[in-house]
Design a protein around this ligand. Structure first.
Ligand SMILES: [Zn+2]
Length: 410
């Protein structure tokens, strides 16, 4: 707006200037005719004899106009400078609010890392010609960058390059920066290369469970929106409490920690969601959105007070892992044509949740890839199988802890 006004003024000034110049030329040449039409005055073409008087009047008007223009320019420059000062003050105020706002101290822990080429702990999962340690680093950087758009976080990294670190060192680092939470980033793989989906591991104990589970559910929700099947929030116990070192070590220093297993590197259905830098970046972005949602953060805003995370953080009792396989597992089969068997598989799992099913056509020597248990107490599917081959059929149901039970035929 100001720019256009300025330009109009400039045009007016130059019009006037050209008018004066041509008028002087015209006068000197004694042609006596001013061929210039003044757009502003609306005057027509003056007569031959009117020349000098018109010129004198025009000259005065022009001088006044030039003065006005000069004054206006000055005024405008002052206004602009003032607007700039005001804007700078607002910026500084915002910067100050951003810096002084209360902050969550979040440690991002890209799983694995180190220059070794054989150490499994350093490499992580090894598939598709790459190592988990590289992919988790990309996810961490994406997560950190996305999360830094929120005003109430301070982000730390246990590693920003291919450095080897023990789990104890990672936890100690989190304690040294007074972390509120540590998020350890991983990609999965299964022994039989048949599983898929995202899962989050958290401490099994009181507030460490509550906070980890609350945040974990949010992250899993985001990953599910991206297309991963959710295996849910899980716990795992060893002889010293929590099974996973990073969770156990962090808890011993008073820091809740969770392990995000985004998906399985050795499974095509999951791999297609992480097989490029852009897709890994998307994983980090999803994690960031889950974290922001859990803590009630707002993008581009520094809240004066941190909201209470949802769900709230009452102490919760120990949440033990599910150690028993699905119960009551059976199936019915019917035939609509000689080569197709329609199967309905039933199972229950009160401690966790049903997650997959799979079947074998060769008496259990080999199994087809696991499929998602997309249902309540039963799932239905069809198998290409003749009546004679039916004796080789085996069907299994899995829970989220990957424990499975072979179904009986009814
Ligand atoms: Zn890992």
């Amino acid at each position: 707006m100001a720019k256009r006004k300025k330009r109009q003024k400039r045009i007016r000034f130059w019009k006037a200037f050209v008018f004066l110049l041509l008028a002087v030329l015209a006068g000197t040449a004694a042609f006596g005719i001013c061929r210039i039409k003044s757009g502003e005055s609306g005057e027509g073409r003056p007569g031959r004899d009117a020349g000098p008087a018109v010129l004198q009047g025009a000259g005065e008007r022009l001088a006044a106009a030039a003065q006005d223009a000069q004054a206006e320019r000055q005024e405008q420059a002052e206004q602009e400078a003032q607007a700039e000062r005001q804007e700078q003050a607002v910026q500084e105020e915002m910067q100050k609010a951003w810096e002084e706002a209360p902050k969550l101290r979040i440690v991002l822990d890209p799983g694995h890392g180190g220059p070794g080429t054989t150490d499994e702990q350093e490499l992580g999962a090894v598939f598709r010609g790459t190592y988990e340690k590289y992919l988790t680093l990309v996810i961490a950087k994406a997560l950190g960058e996305e999360l830094s758009c929120y005003g109430n976080v301070e982000i730390f990294y246990t590693r920003k390059d291919d450095t080897a670190m023990t789990l104890k060192e990672r936890a100690a680092y989190a304690a040294s920066v007074d972390a509120d939470i540590l998020v350890s980033l991983h990609l999965n793989a299964s022994k039989e290369h048949n599983l898929f989906g995202s899962e989050v591991f958290v401490s099994a104990y009181d507030r460490y469970y509550a906070q980890g589970a609350g945040l974990g559910e949010q992250i899993l929700g985001e990953l599910a929106d991206y297309g991963f099947a959710s295996k849910g929030v899980k716990t795992r116990l060893g002889s010293h409490g929590d099974y996973y070192g990073i969770i156990r070590e962090c808890k011993s220093l008073g820091i809740p920690a969770l392990i995000v297993e985004h998906g399985y590197m050795d499974e095509d259905r999951d791999w297609e969601r992480m097989d490029s830098a852009e897709k890994l970046w998307e994983l980090g972005r999803r994690d960031a959105e889950g974290i922001a949602a859990y803590f009630g953060l707002e993008k581009g805003k520094a809240l004066a007070e941190l909201p209470e995370p949802e769900p709230a953080l009452p102490s919760q009792p120990l949440m033990p892992p599910d150690t028993t396989p699905p119960e009551d597992v059976w199936y019915t089969a019917s035939r609509e044509d000689p080569d197709t068997l329609e199967i309905t598989l039933y199972a229950k799992d009160p401690e966790s949740r049903l997650m997959y099913y799979d079947y074998s056509l060769d008496g259990g020597d080999t199994y087809q890839r696991a499929e998602l248990w997309a249902g309540g107490e039963s799932v239905s599917f069809s198998v290409t199988l003749s009546e004679e081959q039916e004796t080789g059929l085996r069907v299994r149901a899995y829970n989220t802890y990957e424990l499975r039970t072979e179904a009986k035929k009814r």
